[in-house]
Design a protein. Structure first.
Length: 722
């Protein structure tokens, strides 16, 4: 299917700025969905709230769903007011449903609900194919598996198991143990006191099932020997009404599989002990699925199901490291309302930023090692790259392998093209010679519904572009390289084709793919939901290698500053801090802003609620650990104590004059300008420069070509097929 066809079935459409649509109301009688937006209900059930006019009698309420009387499903809520009734409606038809409410002699209201299959999709577009089911490999808490899939949609039965925390297990270190009989507690079960002050048995209910073709889990304190079965009207006593969304880790190999593991355990002892509930899905683990739009859709479905099982949380936060960090950021920005705050570490803006920066580094290394192996010293190569050293430079370049579908490519040391999960059969995999129609293992093809598809090749369109980029510009101006080296490099660096093979010409990114990457948040905008929620970034990094570099953290902060009108007061960054040490302040921040009942805009509430002591800074670990509160700056020079302790290095596109935000995928061009250079070129050098950049050089003072804000809740396509 070409992208032109996708545009026919669903052009980019805005489904609303938050999770929930405006409620339907008439004469002060109001109907609203609580578990998800009425236009995006999944699985056939939805939690509904009806607010009855003050002068009317709740006993006269009558509710109909598709012509059937469902009044008995509604009951009073002890937390939402005497005139409010809650109901869990089930058995909704696929597609359009109408719910009406009447109060005798007072008012009438109706609400249209659109229901989608629990297998999806809702707005992420056509299913990825092929897709390997892995329910039979997914381990449950007791060590068994979900068993073989029930259908081609990778469905499995829903299984509830219990575990308890035993202080005696694991040689006295403590561990979660399966609860063999949910009617009887073992003698070694411990107790925990939650954030709300409730002391309960440390017994956790773990539910596992499938939705959106992924495997989901939720976990919550629930003692089956004492507590009634959970419902949205009677949540477990140990739940502190806070919900935590978990995400896994990095992207290489994250395509065409359901996932046999989550990437991080839903059994987070510390959070569960505090009373947090937790939810997760294998498709929120980028190692299984490197597609932030699909992750957002899956998160929406998982949160909806949680609310319909346990009730509405006080707030929902998202957390994760590395791939889990960028998944948290991208979902929060592109799908406002799903998360009320995020706490992350080992941060990147998005998987695309890693890949594109890797391509720049890879092109440079190819030039330095193959095209002109003796033209630059190591010190000059490092200056052009911006990285700490050659090891960091190499590790960054290796990340371009996630764009390369060609198996067994001979390249730089450590390069692994065509990264695959072993579960994907060899006969399904792309090979340019033996299987040109096979599945392509790249970060672009994993999100092909967004980028679009080249109808001639079946490959995803690519947003990488290096036309007009003056590689090594800062090194030239600093005197680290000569004019000849600068000109030779930019004359011969070349680009890559759709298979990431080297070509002599610069690469021209697809304009449509670039625009859609911005619109759908595959490149983090920072101008959507992230502008008005608390964000904590524990900016841990390793500048000497491993590609978890500090500049990514500063790029995130800069994007949020741009999205927030030049301010990032809702973003707190610590260098080398302990995330656990920040949790208390972050929780205080969350509780304060969510308790603010004023009519002020959410961003105003967030900024007003931030604890005064919760500020940017770093930790000095040289002696007794101490926190240094100061502005964190992007520099490798020791201009402050934090920059002395934690210098920040750069990247090739920044050293070519690009922005710190690293969010210009394709630059606007301008004529050669002598003011860009700290030296005077000879006439011959000027002539060569104009030949190399015949169309002009990057003008990074302007927004990128096709650069635009993220479109909240943008839809690629939908399906109402069962």
């Amino acid at each position: 299917m070409t992208y032109d066809h996708l545009r026919v079935i669903a052009a980019v459409s805005c489904l609303g700025a938050g999770v929930f649509a405006a409620p339907a109301s008439s004469g002060n009688l109001r109907i609203a969905t609580l578990s998800t937006d009425a236009s995006r209900v999944t699985g056939g059930d939805v939690l509904v709230e009806i607010a009855i006019p003050p002068a009317a009698s709740p006993s006269s309420l009558k509710v109909m769903a598709n012509g059937s009387d469902v009044t008995d499903a509604f009951r009073a809520s002890s937390t939402r007011g005497a005139q409010v009734r809650l109901g869990l409606l089930s058995g909704l038809a696929i597609g359009r449903n109408i719910v009406t409410a009447d109060v005798r002699g007072a008012a009438h209201a109706s609400l249209e609900i659109t229901n989608y299959p629990i297998t999806g999709p809702v707005f992420s577009g056509p299913w990825q194919q092929p897709f390997i089911c892995q329910t039979d490999a997914f381990k449950l808490p007791d060590g068994t598996t979900l068993g073989p899939p029930l259908d081609a949609k990778c469905s499995a039965k829903t299984i509830v198991q219990y575990v308890y925390w035993s202080a005696e297990a694991n040689d006295g270190k403590g561990a979660f143990e399966p609860l063999a009989d949910p009617r009887t507690l073992p003698s070694d079960v411990t107790k925990t006191t939650t954030m709300n002050g409730d002391t309960v048995n440390f017994v956790v209910r773990v539910e596992t099932g499938t939705m959106n073709r992924g495997i989901y889990q939720n976990a919550i304190l629930h003692d089956p020997t004492l507590d009634a079965p959970p419902t949205p009207f009677s949540p477990p006593r140990g739940w502190n009404r806070r919900l935590l969304a978990l995400h896994g880790a990095g992207c290489p190999g994250g395509w065409y599989i359901q996932g046999a593991a989550m990437g991080t355990s839903v059994l987070d002892r510390a959070r569960l002990a505090q009373g947090y509930a937790i939810f997760i899905n294998t498709l929120n683990h980028p190692t299984n699925s490197c597609n932030a739009v699909l992750a957002g859709e899956t998160t929406m479905m998982g949160k909806e199901h949680f609310i319909e099982t346990f009730g509405v949380p006080f707030y929902t936060i998202s957390t994760g490291n590395s791939g889990g960090a960028y998944t948290s950021l991208q979902i929060a920005d592109a799908f406002p309302g799903l998360f009320d705050g995020i706490s992350i570490g080992a941060t990147f803006p998005d998987a695309l930023s890693i890949a594109l920066s890797g391509l720049d580094a890879h092109l440079l290394l190819h030039y330095f090692t193959i095209t002109d192996p003796s033209g630059f010293s190591d010190a000059q190569k490092i200056a052009v790259s911006g990285y700490h050293g050659m090891k960091a430079f190499l590790d960054a370049a290796l990340q371009s392998q996630r764009t390369d579908p060609v198996p067994d490519r001979a390249d730089i040391e450590g390069y692994q093209s065509a990264r695959w999960n072993a579960a994907v059969p060899l006969q399904l995999r792309y090979d340019p010679v033996t299987n040109p129609k096979g599945a392509r293992p790249t970060v672009f093809d994993a999100a092909r519904n967004v980028y679009g598809i080249d109808p001639g090749t079946g490959a995803a369109l690519r947003p990488f572009d290096n036309v007009g980029v003056q590689y090594g510009l800062n090194a030239l101006n600093a005197g680290a390289i000569t004019p000849k080296q600068f000109l030779d490099l930019n004359d011969r660096i070349g680009g890559i084709d759709r298979d990431s093979s080297y070509v002599a010409s610069r690469t021209v990114g697809d304009a449509g793919a670039i625009a859609r990457a911005y619109q759908h948040g595959l490149t983090l905008g920072g101008n959507g939901g992230l502008t008005s929620i608390p964000i904590f970034d524990n900016a841990t990094s390793n500048e000497t290698g491993g590609y978890h570099y500090a500049w990514f953290h500063f790029a995130v902060r800069e994007r949020i500053r741009q999205g927030g009108g030049g301010a990032s007061d809702n973003f707190v960054m610590w260098r080398a801090g302990n995330a656990a040490a920040a949790q208390e302040q972050f929780d205080r921040w969350m509780a304060a802003y969510k308790s603010d009942a004023s009519a002020d805009p959410q961003r105003v509430k967030v900024l007003r609620a931030r604890p005064r002591a919760f500020v940017d800074g770093c930790f000095d670990k040289s002696a007794a650990p101490s926190f240094i509160a100061e502005e964190l700056v992007f520099t490798s020079r020791p201009v402050s104590k934090c920059s002395e302790l934690y210098p920040v290095y750069s990247n090739p596109r920044k050293e070519a004059g690009g922005p710190l935000a690293a969010n210009v995928l394709k630059c606007q061009l301008k004529p050669i300008d002598a003011h860009d250079y700290a030296l005077t070129f000879t006439a011959d050098e000027v002539a060569r420069l104009k030949t190399i950049f015949a169309a002009g050089v990057c003008d990074f003072s302007k927004p990128g070509v096709s650069q635009r804000p993220v479109v909240p809740w943008a839809a690629i396509g939908s399906s109402n097929k069962s």
